[in-house]
Design a protein around this ligand. Sequence first.
Ligand SMILES: *Cc1c(COP(=O)(O)O)cnc(C)c1O
Length: 430
Amino acid sequence: MNYFNLNNTSEKVDLKTAILKSLGSQEGLYMPESLPQLSKKYFENIHQLTLQEIGYEVAKSMFQNDIDDRAIRDIVEEALNFEIPLRRLSKNLHVLELFHGPTLAFKDVGARFMAGLFAHFIAQEKKETTILVATSGDTGGAVASAFYKQVGITVVILYPKGKVSLLQEKQLTTLGENIIALEIDGNFDDCQAIVKRAFLDEDINKVRNLTSANSINFARLFPQSIYYHFAFAQLRANHKPVLISVPSGNFGNLTAGLIAKKMGLPIAHFIASTNENHIVPTYLETGIFEPQPTIYTISNAMDVSKPSNFPRMMHLYNQSAEALRKDISGWWCNDAINKKGILELLHKYQYQADPHGAIAYLAIEAFADKENYDCIFVETAHPAKFPESIEELTNEKVAIPTALAGLFEKPKKSITMSNKFESLKDYLLG
Ligand SMILES: *Cc1c(COP(=O)(O)O)cnc(C)c1O
């Protein structure tokens, strides 16, 4: 399979280059030249398959000419070694829980799969690879955990000072070894912007083999399509058409769902749910894509003003807003409504959601035609990752899973840095 650059379509590379380089010229994202179709037989049997079996089928269809079968199987089994349950809350309302991985966010899926792909491809490389990653909270922890102590890899994480939760910060600053946390005096968009510049900088690229673990990297994005298949597999027989609401920031998660659909998974419709950073819902409404300054919310992992995967969405729909609207509706809300959603889930369904999943739930509630669907909202993080905003609402302590309780005692190790590109450059060259 060849991968081409969305900003320079004549630039074509193989899988290894696409994932190790992450971005092409002119900051272009890579996409596969075609999306394979899964067989009719696969979909007929999907309800009998385990998560790992589904992961293998989906990954094999995409990577079979680039990676041998045994390696694909190993990567899937290593990456998807936790449960991804679809829980039924009422007759046709479900929640897909993506937060049972080691760092309690859905990003574990992509990060762990990516770590497996990297280990496979860099085994022969002599030069150390530096993974440079900007995080609004959860990416950093997931990538740190997935690549911790991986030979040949250094992970450099940029995070916005004071804008991630305490647990998130502990997850990225306490591992040490090959994991370096840079605490940036700025917001997430600053972090993302200076990371992008670093990839284009010739001096840095002479000294370092740089790559990204953000969802601009196809290796992290694509594996996320697996859990849409698995969600579908867990639905009851005779279910209605499927509607999935995805809480979105950079739109990697939703794009993976769209890819699953384009590969044959029968999802009828998606909702792009956001907080007040509603650039994509507004685009769906007006046809105008206009990044705005970031607004800070209690769903901080979605505080993204320029969604990086938007070009991939447009590519999948031939640049047509009209075509996008057929498959995707947009919805957004502010913090006050989000909080009502958290309480409503608790009171109506005894379900403790986090601020991101609650937005996806509210979007379904607001969907006019919802009775005609089996509805799934995606829960992207464990509520314990955002105890501050939840405890204030419910007056109840959110229990921290025992595996993470010890984190709070570990000392934070980070390097503080300005939001100027030159600071990062000096650091990477030094
Ligand atoms: C990263 C993240 C999101 C947004 O996902 P995208 O793929 O960037 O749209 C939503 N919720 C949580 C908890 C996250 O960590």
